[in-house]
Design a protein. Structure first.
Lengths: 132, 479
């Protein structure tokens, strides 16, 4: 399972899973877009992305917010990350996805609320809250 | 975590968490609520209010309104004022939708005369005001044009022919905060805003054609131009992607600057900076510019609604702006506190300003009455017009902003069949024009607190007085 929706009164809350952090970040991105809902076209979308941050948790949130920015202005969603560089503090990658006709709802931002990235047995996990 | 037993009941409408409850609280926390509302307030919302009481420079109280619910950092329905110049300003205490707010347009038509045209009016308005989640507006403004809106706000649009002179007068801040500076808003934020001026957004944003169902205060209603049976249009939206990006941008900046100012907080999303620091000043100038953009957005929507209105009812049919209020904002205001005059940065997050009669910042024609306060209801329920009072000074002249959620979006989508909701609304005589069924169901009235209860609290607590109650005739949520 890539992610699951969790109950939250007003917004979008997801628990994301990954074999490693690379997969965790990708599944968080997928969960965010699928949580928002969208109507895709068949047209392929590609974008370069580069983010730096003070630690892993902040990097995840800054990455998701940068992805949100690219998706909003270009009317696209992304489904795969092709990593060029990935550390505790930095991501450089290519995003692959699709052009869209519309989003079903608008995500205002990914928040730091109770954010924690942790390893449970063999899996990495994070619970992320998005302001909708 | 707070237990409700820790709270002290001050009156039937006011509760307190003393500052001795937790070591890091700088002030007492207060919640305006009835017994019934109080029982439904989530512990996490109370916890967030307590956290807000730890902000450096906060004066008197951290305040929760009766629609208080869980947010990020401070709760939604939260109010906090910090003393200038060294008290902090906090992006999280404004919210991701900077200057989300509400305005009410008044027609001279009674509902009976409009009813035969209702379907057509709703359809025309929906055509002219997109949600912005699909195509957005066809025209993508240049960065230069966005800068003009960020600094010029409503007056700029009226100058360009998108409104009337009274639209400036009857808008909070006259639709433009002077301290706005577009150079402190990022390119990213501006890019997100280029095709969104005149769009509604999603979630709990809406347009409604409404009827004045009941008048509580005849004198104030007359001054405001309200009469029983009157048709009105309510607009609820904010700064769209431009505002969300600005909040994201500055949250990151102030979070990174916390160690520099030695600020320790119980929750990262409370992140803040001293008002007189470069980070604090930059955020204030940027937020002010974004607020101007949001007012311009509501003004542009007004322009398109007027066009739709006139296309159905004729050229002479006009809509007058009663007032426009922000409910996510931070403003510099002056108050006398314990005999001392001081300037404060008043944060209102999901809370609405409510100035009393005689206040210098309200339009001349309302000066003897008080500021109109517009409170949107949740979909299919009542909305209210209130008037500000002198007593609300105890809450920095602030009241609630709406009803507050009780059911998650996910739970609403799972438990409320869309066709049942539409049927229920139709049975109440409410026309619905909404492109997204999911968007509709998430906003079902059963997912929210009872707006009548919420408004009753602020009325009984004396923070504002009810003037009129409006009911929806048509709900429009953009394509």
């Amino acid at each position: 399972m890539k992610y699951e929706l969790l109950p939250h009164l007003a917004d979008l809350k997801i628990r994301v899973f990954g074999k490693n952090k690379n997969e965790l970040f990708e599944n968080a991105m997928v969960g965010m877009f699928e949580g928002a809902g969208f109507a895709a076209t068949k047209q392929i979308a590609k974008k370069e992305i580069g983010v730096e941050s003070i630690n892993s948790e902040s990097l995840l949130i800054d990455f998701l917010n940068e992805v949100l920015y690219l998706a909003s202005v270009n009317k696209e969603i992304y489904q795969k990350i092709i990593y060029r560089e990935f550390s505790e503090h930095k991501i450089r990658a290519e995003l692959l996805g699709k052009k869209i006709k519309r989003f079903d709802s608008e995500i205002k931002g990914a928040t730091h609320h109770n954010l924690e990235i942790k390893k449970i047995k063999d899996y990495w996990q994070a619970i992320i809250l998005f302001d909708v | 975590m707070i237990n409700k037993k820790n709270l002290k009941k001050i009156s039937d409408w006011l509760w307190e968490i003393p500052k001795t409850f937790r070591k890091d609280m700088r002030v007492t926390a207060r919640i305006y609520a009835s017994d019934k509302i109080f029982d439904s307030v989530e512990s996490e919302a109370l916890n967030q209010l307590i956290n807000s009481a730890t902000l450096p420079g906060i004066v008197k109280y951290a305040i929760g309104m009766p629609d208080i619910h869980q947010g990020y950092g401070p709760p939604i329905g939260g109010v906090g004022a910090m003393k200038l110049p060294e008290g902090v300003i906090s992006p999280g205490f404004v919210g991701y939708d900077e200057n989300c707010g509400c305005r009410l347009l008044l027609s001279h038509y009674p509902q009976k005369e409009i009813q035969p045209h209702m379907e057509r009016l709703a359809a025309e308005i929906q055509k002219k005001v997109p949600s912005g989640l699909g195509k957005g507006r066809q025209i993508k403004l240049s960065i230069e044009q966005i800068n003009k809106i960020l600094e010029g706000g409503v007056p700029k649009l009226v100058e360009q022919g998108y409104g009337e002179k009274e639209d400036v007068e009857n808008c909070e801040e006259k639709g433009k905060i002077e301290e706005a500076d577009a150079s402190y808003v990022s390119e990213k934020a501006k890019n997100r805003g280029r095709d969104q001026v005149g769009t509604l957004g999603s979630g709990n944003h809406f347009l409604e054609i409404q009827k004045v169902e009941e008048i509580f205060d005849e004198k104030a209603a007359k001054v405001f131009g309200l009469f029983k049976g009157q048709t009105a249009i309510m607009i609820h939206t904010g700064s769209r992607g431009l505002g969300h990006q600005n909040c994201t941008d500055y949250l990151k900046i102030v979070m990174n600057a916390l160690p520099k100012y030695g600020i320790k907080l119980p929750d990262r999303e409370l992140a803040c900076a001293p008002f007189n620091s470069p980070e604090g000043q930059n955020f204030f100038k940027a937020m002010s510019a974004v607020c101007n953009y949001a007012w311009a957005n509501r003004q542009m929507i007004t322009h398109y609604i007027r066009k739709a209105w006139q296309s159905v009812l004729g050229e002479k049919a006009n809509l007058k702006l009663l007032y426009d209020v922000a409910h996510n904002i931070a403003k510099i205001e002056e108050y006398e506190v314990d005999g001392e005059k001081m300037k404060l940065i008043v944060h209102r997050k999901g809370a609405t300003r409510a100035f009393p009669a005689g206040h210098s910042e309200i339009p001349q024609k309302y000066k003897d009455t008080g500021q109109p306060v517009i409170i949107p209801g949740s979909m299919g329920t009542s909305s209210y017009v209130l008037v500000g009072t002198e007593k609300s000074k105890e809450a920095w002249h602030t009241v609630c902003h709406g009803a507050g959620r009780t059911m998650s979006r996910h739970a609403a989508t799972r438990s409320i069949p869309p066709q049942d909701l539409i049927k229920n609304l139709k049975n109440k005589g409410i026309i619905v024009h909404c492109a997204s069924l999911r968007g509709l169901v998430e906003e079902a009235p059963q997912a929210y607190k009872d707006i009548n209860e919420v408004v009753e609290v602020v009325h009984q607590a004396g923070l504002s007085k009810k003037v009129a109650k409006l009911i929806p005739l048509a709900v429009i949520k953009g394509e």
